[in-house]
Design a protein. Structure first.
Length: 79
């Protein structure tokens, strides 16, 4: 992990097209501004972890779901 010290209004660059800038420091909190192309997703860490967990859970079907799908598609007319 790279650790850098930046002051108010200073920034860092990630690659050629991402800039992270310190826009405010108040009451022990740092506000960052991120300038990136629209096709680059930017998430807060806790939201990203929630999305990843939700995607992992969506990959696994419960036994009830499998049974229901078998009932639905098992009775479908064959072509």
């Amino acid at each position: 992990m790279l650790v850098i010290t930046r002051r108010l209004n200073e920034s860092i660059r990630i690659g050629d097209n991402i800039e992270v800038k310190v826009v405010a420091i108040e009451r022990g909190k740092v506000r960052l501004g991120v300038l990136a192309p629209p096709d680059v997703p930017i998430y807060r860490e806790e939201l990203y972890r929630s999305l990843v967990q939700g995607n992992k859970e969506a990959l696994f079907a419960s036994e009830t779901m499998v049974h229901t799908l078998k009932e639905i598609f098992g009775n479908a007319p064959k072509e």
